[in-house]
Design a protein around this ligand. Structure first.
Ligand SMILES: N[C@@H](CCC(=O)N[C@@H](CS)C(=O)NCC(=O)O)C(=O)O
Length: 214
C-alpha cells in the first residue's frame, strides 16, 4: 500500500487541491489518489465521509498504525515539508524562507476578489472576463509584484520564485492557470515566471490527469 492517499477535487476546478498535490509529487513519496467530483452531491457526500471539513484536499498518511489525516492545503504542504526535509520544500535561506511562508499565507488567506471573479477553469480561455470586477486589478497587481520581487531577490539559482521549486510556487500555481485563462496584463518578469510554471512537469502532469478525468 502506498504511504499516502491524497483526496482531491475535480482537477478542472479544485484550485485548493492542486497546491498540495504538486508538493506531494515533489517529495517522491508513494501515494495514491481519490478524485472526488466535489461540486456534485455524491462527491460532497464522499468528502464528508472522509474528512472533518467535508472539503478537499485531504491527506492521509498511512505510515503509522493509525493513519493521520491532514486537511487544508497549506497545512498539508507544511506537514509534507516536515516529513521530507531533504526535499527542501521551503527555501533553505531563513530570509527567503520567511518571505516564502509569508506570500504562501497571503495567498491562502487573501486575494478573495480575484479568486471569486476569476474562477479556476483549467483549460478555459476567457481573455478579459472578470478583470474589471471590484478589487481584481489590485489583487493582480499585488501578485505581479510578488512574482517580480521574489524572482529578483531570490531567483538566481533557478526559474522558480525562490530559484528551486518550493511550496510558494505550488501555492500560486492555480493563479498561473487563472492568468492563462483570463490573460491580465503582466510585467515581463511575471510573464516569464508564468511561462515557467506552465511548463513545470508537475503542472503539466496535473493537466494530463485532468484530461483523463473528462
Ligand atoms: N481552506 C481550504 C479550502 C478548501 C476548499 O474550499 N475546497 C473546495 C474545493 S477547491 C471544496 O471542498 N469545496 C466543496 C465544499 O466546500 O463543499 C484549503 O486550503 O484546503
Amino acid at each position: 500500500m502506498p504511504d499516502f492517499t491524497i483526496v482531491v477535487g475535480s482537477r478542472h476546478w479544485s484550485s485548493w487541491s492542486m497546491r498540495p498535490w504538486l508538493v506531494l509529487r515533489r517529495t517522491g513519496a508513494s501515494y495514491d489518489e481519490v478524485v472526488l467530483q466535489h461540486r456534485t452531491p455524491a462527491g460532497k457526500a464522499e468528502a464528508v465521509a472522509l474528512g472533518p471539513t467535508g472539503q478537499v484536499p485531504l491527506l492521509i498518511d498511512r505510515r503509522t498504525q493509525v493513519p493521520i489525516k491532514v486537511w487544508d492545503s497549506l497545512a498539508i504542504c507544511e506537514y509534507l515539508a516536515e516529513c521530507y526535509p531533504d526535499a527542501k520544500l521551503w527555501p533553505v535561506d531563513p530570509v527567503a524562507r520567511a518571505t516564502a511562508r509569508s506570500i504562501s499565507a497571503e495567498m491562502h488567506a487573501g486575494f478573495r476578489p480575484m479568486r471569486m471573479a476569476l474562477d479556476m477553469d483549467l483549460f478555459a480561455l476567457k481573455p478579459g472576463v472578470g478583470l474589471d470586477e471590484p478589487g481584481v486589478a489590485a489583487d493582480i497587481a499585488r501578485i505581479d509584484s510578488i512574482f517580480r520581487d521574489c524572482r529578483t531577490a531570490y531567483g538566481t539559482d533557478g526559474p522558480y520564485l525562490f530559484g528551486q521549486f518550493t511550496i510558494a510556487d505550488a501555492m500560486f500555481a492555480p493563479v498561473i492557470s487563472r492568468f492563462r485563462t483570463y490573460e491580465p496584463a503582466l510585467s515581463d518578469l511575471a510573464g516569464e515566471y508564468v511561462a515557467t510554471m506552465l511548463g513545470d512537469a508537475g503542472f503539466t502532469a496535473w493537466e494530463d490527469a485532468a484530461r483523463r478525468e473528462l
